[in-house]
Structures are given as structure tokens and as C-alpha cells.
Design a protein around this ligand. Sequence first.
Ligand code: HEC
Length: 124
Amino acid sequence: MRKIKTICSALVLALSVMSCSGGDDSPSDTTAPPTGGGTTVTNPTYSANIKAIIDGNCVSCHGPGGENSDHPLQTYEQVSARASDIKERIGKPVGDPLKMPKGGSLSQANIDLINKWIANGMPN
Ligand code: HEC
């Protein structure tokens, strides 16, 4: 009887510890797409998820007339061809001179989503 009680309180303790972790107060980018970034999307595609993030956060510079128009990120081909560079740049710590978007950051949810898309083989 005593043993059962001990096991029970250990379980309750474990559960309450688990429910308290997992908070994530990462800053959110102001232009998060309406399709929603986030870890709930299990199979992100370029057209449904990734394009909106890149359009909202990167194309102002990586497009016509932008600071880095030499490296446009406007099509599936352009983005997928640079995937490993993109992954590296968006994953830099905030404040790193190589961090993209330059001078800011994507939300952690959108970083996770792009990484997941790359890991899944970049479906269009
Ligand atoms: C405010 C302008 C600006 C924004 C916004 C911006 N970039 Fe850049 N980006 C630059 C400039 C300028 C360079 C070249 C200097 C350097 O390499 O750091 C660059 C370089 C890069 C490079 C390496 C060179 C290349 O083109 O392959 C990648 C990859 C990149 N950016 C990805 C992104 C991604 C992804 C976003 C959006 C999440 C983004 N950038 C948003 C200005 C910007």
C-alpha cells in the first residue's frame, strides 16, 4: 500500500514537471504567413508554406531592386538551389552579421518549418 502511494506521487510529480516545460517565447516575425508556420505542419511544401515566408521576409532584398538582387529568392528553383545556405543563414544567432533576414530573425516556428521542408526533400 505504501509502495503504491509512493509510485503515485512520483507519477504526479513527473507529469507536472512535464507540463511545465515546453514554453517557447521566441520572438515572432511580423510577417508570419496566414497559412501558419509552426510545428503543426507535418509536411510543408514550397507552394503552401515556404514561399509565403520567403516572400514576406527575404524578397524585399533578394528580389528586383533589393540589396541582394543578384541572389533572388523568388522561385522554387532559386530557393531550393540555395537550401543549404538558407538553412545555415536563418539558423545563425540574432546579431550575427551573417544572420538572415539581415537585421532581424524569422520566428522559431518558421525556422523549424523551413528546416523540416529541407529535411523532407523540399517538396514543391
Ligand atoms: C535587409 C536585406 C535582406 C533581407 C531582408 C534578407 N537578406 Fe539575405 N542577404 C542580404 C545581403 C546584403 C546579402 C549579402 C551579404 C551576405 O552574404 O551576408 C545576403 C546574403 C544571403 C545569403 C548568402 C548569399 C546567397 O544569396 O546565397 C543567403 C542564403 C540569404 N541571404 C538568405 C536570405 C533569406 C533566406 C532571407 C529571408 C529569411 C534573407 N536572406 C533576407 C540582404 C538581405
